[in-house]
Design a protein around this ligand. Structure first.
Ligand code: ADP
Ligand code: AMP
Length: 217
């Protein structure tokens, strides 16, 4: 299956993607995680991306679209993928469609995680991620690690993302409304969108998403 997850920052896309990707046997591709891995490795791409991310803006399409395409063309993504955080504007959505079409492929579904803004703010404020791998995601109240400050998955140090500070979060939410939300209508026109109420326990949301994909128990 080829699936796109959309929703505001902090909606739970990364958290859901980890479970869904495992259940569906497809890789979880997060452009945010790819950028953060590049930043921690000190690559040229990471250096290009960092100032945009720190300011809460989108990294330019010329950088992002190529990076996402390269990742989707890796052998593990031949049978499908779950995109998290890409596409994030209409230009990226159109580029994705073109790339898929050129390969004779198409998306199967776009899952829109719906969470009220006050909840999103609480989720982001308490989010802590792992130094070793930013896809290892915790929350100080809602998903506590067994030992405070330590990643359950790999023992890495947990920290708060720079862009999860309040001023940047406001900017990211604004960018979501102006640049990313329009892709929902774009995909609605293709009859691909399923809205998933994303309040409630992580497992409940996963069950709703699996049911929406026709893979419910
Ligand atoms: P996104 O990838 O959409 O930015 P994350 O998956 O990183 O969001 O989730 C944001 C924060 O909210 C994380 O700290 C995560 O542990 C927490 N979280 C995710 N899903 C839920 C949920 N259903 N209930 C409570 N907290 C959640
Ligand atoms: P995320 O981890 O999805 O919250 O993304 C963190 C930051 O990475 C965003 O605020 C952007 O600066 C950047 N980013 C991630 N994905 C994209 C994308 N598809 N297009 C542009 N910028 C992105």
């Amino acid at each position: 299956m080829r699936i796109v997850l959309v929703g505001p920052p902090g909606a739970g896309k990364g958290t859901q993607a980890a479970y869904l990707a495992q259940n569906l046997g497809i890789p979880h591709i997060s452009t945010g995680d790819l950028f953060r891995a590049n930043i921690s490795q000190g690559t040229a791409l990471g250096k290009q991306a960092k100032s945009y991310m720190d300011a809460g803006n989108l990294v330019p399409d010329e950088v992002t679209i190529g990076m996402a395409k390269d990742r989707m063309e890796q052998p593990d993504a031949e049978g499908g993928f779950l995109l998290d955080g890409f596409p994030r504007n209409l230009k990226q959505a159109e580029a994705l469609d073109e790339n898929l079409k050129a390969a004779g492929l198409k998306l199967d579904a776009v899952l829109d995680l719906e969470v009220p803004e006050d909840e999103v703010v609480k989720r982001i404020a308490g989010r802590r991620i792992c130094r070793n791998d930013s896809s290892h995601v915790f929350h100080v109240a809602y998903k506590k690690p067994a030992q405070e400050g330590v990643c359950d998955v790999c023992g890495g140090e947990l920290y708060q993302r720079d862009d999860d500070r309040e001023e940047t979060v406001r900017k990211r939410l604004e960018v979501y409304h102006t640049e990313t939300e329009p892709i929902i209508d774009y995909y609605k026109a293709q009859d691909l969108v399923v809205t998933i109420p994303a309040l409630g326990a992580v497992e409940e949301v996963t069950q709703r998403a699996m049911a929406a994909l026709g893979r419910g128990e």
